[in-house]
Design a protein around this ligand. Structure first.
Ligand code: CTP
Length: 402
């Protein structure tokens, strides 16, 4: 799935050591199907060559407003007219000052002023330059003018200092750009999502768990972030990287997940319970490894005692001022019947159901939405696309606040 298929991006580089990250960024944008025109300031060409950017983008790189390759000498108009977006990465303190003032004394600043498309900037500078009053004034002015400011990140800087001002990493900028093109269906909404399995200890080396890759829950967290929501993810152990822009609370057991959910639930508009929560936990967890030798002191496999875990979703749905709740159910048979019964039993307006044998760990999935009106099957699609369809379905059903 190419996330930027058919998108035309003007990538502007101003002068900064973070230009090295822009080389990787071009690759990522192209991998995702974008056409990328690179425009560089003179300062940028001191950090990375036009040849490098041309080789990576597969297109001519522009730097000079008087470039004879543009037949009508209007590079600033030609380049910006076909673009879906102009992205300045890195955006230096000086270049942001220029943008904030509307100056146009080189090709990149001129085409930003002459643009008819949205402008995104990814600042990159030393922490003192970032926090300096003039820079902060310029950032506020740019936001006021409708420019999207991506980051900056925080951490170790090229100068050896540590603080705010690092340019976001290529994959983080890519995530921001993909999100930029998604409809903002959940703007100003707060969404809490559980994902992955829980693991319940039996002894120091053994656990009881459910099969769950966490992919669907993580894809939903990403889709909700792209839709403009403030998202929190509570996850059992998975092999997945935490989604960009989504704070993530890692837990192990169902009880820990229950506590984490209740600590985060106040003020949430939507709760999406994707986690495959273990229904049971062992109450007599052995402090030493259980031996299979029936004569060993710690052998008590047949004496495991279980107790029912809290039903997190049903608990949340029953809260006063409960958020709008969405459940998931993986069944192996009689999907419609079991899914609707489960939805009613949990007291929730919407449940997503699928046949477990069709999805475990696959990149694609086939699901149906179950609500008061009945079953609504979705087309088999990549998990990220299904997640976006589900977010749209949730947004369409969400009651308007009075
Ligand atoms: N769920 C939960 N807490 C639990 C068990 C399930 O929050 N202790 C949530 C899941 O995240 C999911 C929904 O309830 O959204 C349905 O989970 P499932 O395991 O299919 O339902 P159960 O109620 O456990 O029913 P059964 O195992 O009998 O099918």
């Amino acid at each position: 799935m190419q996330e930027l298929h058919d998108k035309r991006i003007v990538l502007g580089l101003s002068g900064g050591i973070a230009c090295y990250k822009s080389a990787e960024l071009v690759r990522r944008l192209i991998e995702q199907g974008a056409t990328v025109d690179v425009v560089m300031t003179d300062a940028a060409t001191h950090f990375i060559t036009a040849v490098t950017m041309q080789a990576l983008s597969g297109r001519p790189v522009f730097n000079d407003a008087w470039d004879p390759r543009i037949p009508n000498n209007m590079a600033h108009i030609d380049l910006s007219r076909g673009a879906d977006v102009i992205l300045i990465a890195p955006a230096s303190a000086d270049f942001m000052a220029k943008l904030a003032q509307g100056r146009a004394d080189d090709l990149l600043s001129t085409l930003c002023l002459a643009r008819a498309c949205p402008l995104l900037v990814a600042p990159a500078m030393n922490r003192e330059m970032w926090s300096a009053a003039p820079t902060q004034r310029n950032v506020a002015q740019l936001k006021h003018d409708g420019v999207s400011v991506l980051g900056p990140g925080s951490g170790q800087q090229a100068c050896g200092e540590t603080g705010d001002g690092r340019m976001l990493e290529a994959l983080q900028i890519l995530a921001e750009l993909v999100a930029f093109f998604q409809p903002k269906l959940l703007q100003n909404k707060r969404v809490l999502i559980t994902a992955g399995p829980t693991v319940e200890p039996i002894d120091p080396v053994r656990v009881i768990t459910n099969r769950s890759s966490g992919k669907t829950g993580y894809a939903l967290a990403r889709a909700a972030f792209e839709a403009g929501a403030e998202v929190t993810l509570i996850s059992g152990p998975t092999a997945l990287p935490e989604p960009y822009g989504v704070p993530c609370i890692q837990v192990q057991t169902a009880q820990q997940m229950h506590e984490a959910v209740l600590s985060q639930i106040a003020g949430q508009d939507i709760f999406i319970s994707v986690a495959a929560v273990a229904d049971w936990r062992v109450t007599n967890v052995a402090s030493d490894k259980i031996k299979k030798d029936p004569l060993a002191a710690s052998s008590h496999t047949s004496n495991l005692e279980f107790s029912l875990n809290p039903d997190i979703l049903a608990t949340v749905a029953a809260l006063p001022n409960a958020p709008w709740c969405v459940g998931f159910a993986a069944e192996t048979e009689r999907l419609s019947e079991f899914a609707q019964a489960k939805r009613l039993r949990k007291g929730i307006p919407m449940l997503i159901g699928n046949l477990a044998q069709h999805v475990m760990d696959a990149e694609h999935t086939t699901v149906s939405i179950f609500d008061e009106q009945g079953e609504h099957p979705l087309p088999t699609s990549a998990k990220q696309d299904v997640a976006r369809m589900l977010i749209a379905a949730i947004a369409a059903r969400l009651p308007q606040k009075t």
